[in-house]
Write a protein that binds this ligand. Structure first.
Ligand SMILES: [Mn+2]
Length: 195
């Protein structure tokens, strides 16, 4: 069965549509109105080997906060939908991604309980026009609505662009391996019988 999802969410602040194929090849088509965020979602999708289409329009004249948080919500919902009953998944994954001087680790459990713990010190408040604190807002929203446990840890880093980009690549890559079907797993990989 195809592990795909399409989710649209419209509020007074944002209008977002996401199409996701968990078993894709990293083809991304991203337009959020926030160029640095497009670059990050592209890194997430390509290195997660997800096919990912994102269309977001939001009140970026206020700031990018609503657009980025709500895109995290919708992307999380798309993962939850595409994972379905979670039969046969690997469930746990951890990766560390280097980017020059930076090293960021992400660990994920497709746990059914949405929670994120981020230790991602960023040396600058902005990368270009992008508010760096919004990176963790995205991960919190994503983990909550994907219903995954997510840890993101900066092990080394001096450049905010590198740190944020390594974090998105690490989370994408960890989600790839956690979502991947393991032929040795039968049913849902939990002693409780559900996730
Ligand atoms: Mn970059």
């Amino acid at each position: 069965m195809a592990r795909i999802a399409e989710v649209t969410r419209t509020t007074g602040e944002t209008d977002i549509t996401i199409k996701l194929d968990l078993d894709g090849s990293g083809r991304c088509d991203i337009a959020t109105g926030v160029p640095f965020f497009d670059h990050m979602l592209d890194a997430f999708g390509r290195h997660g080997l997800f096919d990912l289409m994102v269309r977001a329009t939001g009140d970026v004249e206020v700031d990018a906060h609503h657009t980025i948080e709500d895109t995290g919500i919708v992307l999380g919902q798309a993962f939850a939908q595409a994972l379905g009953g979670k039969e046969g998944i690997t469930r746990f994954a951890d990766v560390a991604i280097p980017m020059d001087e930076t090293l960021v680790m992400a660990a994920v459990d497709i746990s059914g309980r949405g929670q994120a713990y981020c230790e991602l010190p960023l040396p600058t408040e902005r990368v270009g026009a992008f508010d760096t604190e919004l990176a963790v807002e995205f991960f919190y929203a994503f983990a909550r609505d994907a219903r995954v446990t997510l840890h993101v840890r900066e092990l080394a880093g001096a450049n905010s662009h590198h740190i944020i980009e390594a974090a998105f690549k690490a989370v994408g890559r960890a989600m790839r391996f956690a979502c991947e079907l393991d032929p040795r797993v039968s049913g849902v990989p939990s002693t409780k019988g559900s996730l």
